[in-house]
Design a binder for this molecule. Structure first.
Ligand code: ADP
Ligand code: MG
Length: 351
């Protein structure tokens, strides 16, 4: 088990990550997701020992390793730029870390073939790195990191430099490998789709801190902060002022609209708030069920294959994005009714 307790890393005046606390279980594929600059790499590099935090602890299986050198801890890192030795062979690259660990030669040879086989590169041992494609190099970097048999494998955007198709292939291979080996992995990515599709749990980072930790489903269905609501999935965000509170729901005035939602943060009358609703939770021409129902006009239809985004502007200028599977039903300039359930619209206190 990996425990991160109250971790803070500063670079001079710049905060890399602040007060981060997380627990990662054995065998988990745990992702850290967030925009560029939110502190993902800093956190990962602290776990791997490439950065030393000013405050907090990192504990693996009960042992405090906060200040140990990278080679003294049971972690291994795969970087975006891979950091392979281009003029060495695949075998030499994989051998390198094991040699440093003083693993016996016959064991090393065994692990080289085993791990090449795991990443579907049987027979590649004597090729030079410079003779491999991007995807093959990626697999070698993974094999090299697995060969040292780390307790925790750390991956920092390892697929970011590959084209979309290859990325999806390797992402699935990584997922299957993780499932087969039960290898604990901490996976950093700025791509929420990757994080949601392969992870057991995800930490969402923003501005150097962790906003929420949860399963992909929890983050999507039950975002605890406005940032998570807007970062995960497609959401509409409104600003407004509370004008009535009714149990766990509240009425918010936003421009000329009164919008009902459920309180995620507890709010009071006259308080400034922000609301978020997932675009696929808005309904077109299904009025009559909810207190949130507005007339509008279709502004734009954005075709996206399996679904489409329909942009609607209400009479008083509120712009809404609706994700629907049946965009063919709607034409530009057509009058529509937009409605949504109160509880799908989540109310957060403004900062
Ligand atoms: P991410 O991986 O999410 O893009 P980083 O952890 O790389 O974010 O960066 C977090 C913050 O720390 C950013 O503001 C970044 O500019 C800063 N930072 C990262 N590394 C360094 C460094 N070596 N020196 C100074 N500032 C850094
Ligand atoms: Mg990074």
């Amino acid at each position: 088990m990996l425990e991160i307790v109250d971790l803070t890393k500063r670079y001079g005046d710049v905060i890399g990550c602040a007060d981060v606390s997380l627990t990662i279980e054995d065998g988990e594929l745990f992702s850290i997701v967030g925009p560029s600059g939110s502190g993902k790499s800093t956190l990962l590099r602290c776990i791997g020992g490439l950065e030393v935090p000013q405050k907090g602890q990192i504990v693996i299986d009960g042992e405090d390793i906060t200040e140990s050198k990278p080679y003294q801890r049971d972690t291994s890192m795969v970087f975006q730029d891979l950091a392979l030795f281009p003029h060495m062979t695949v075998r030499e690259n994989i051998d390198y870390g094991m040699k440093r660990q003083e693993v016996a030669k016959d064991v090393r040879n065994e692990r080289i073939s085993e791990n090449l086989s795991l990443v579907s590169l049987d027979g590649y041992a004597d090729r030079k790195i410079s003779q491999l494609s991007g995807g093959e190099q990626q697999r070698v970097a993974l094999a090299r990191s697995l060969a040292v048999q780390p307790t925790i494998l750390l991956l920092d955007e390892p697929l970011a430099s590959l084209d979309q198709q290859l990325r999806v292939v390797l992402q699935n291979e990584l997922y299957e490998l993780q499932r087969r080996l039960g290898q604990t992995m901490v996976y950093v990515t700025h791509d929420q789709n990757v994080a949601l599709s392969i992870s057991d749990r995800v930490a969402v980072m923003n501005d150097a801190h962790v906003e929420q930790v949860g399963t992909p489903r929890e983050l999507y269905q039950d975002p605890q902060t406005l940032f998570v609501a807007s970062f995960i999935g497609d959401s509409n965000i409104f600003d407004g002022t509370v004008t009535a509170v009714d149990g766990h729901q509240a009425k918010v005035n936003s421009g000329e609209h009164d919008i009902w939602g459920q309180q995620i943060d507890e709010v009071n009358d006259s308080q400034s708030v922000r609301m978020a609703i997932k675009s696929e939770r808005l309904r077109l021409n299904e009025g009559g069920n909810h207190r949130n129902e507005f007339d509008g006009t279709v502004d734009r239809v954005e075709y996206r294959g399996n679904n489409s985004k329909v942009r609607v502007e209400t009479e008083s200028g509120l712009k809404l994005e609706v994700v629907t599977e049946d965009a063919s039903l709607y034409d530009i300039d057509e009058d529509v009714v937009v409605s949504w359930a109160e509880d799908d619209c989540r109310i957060y206190a403004s900062e």
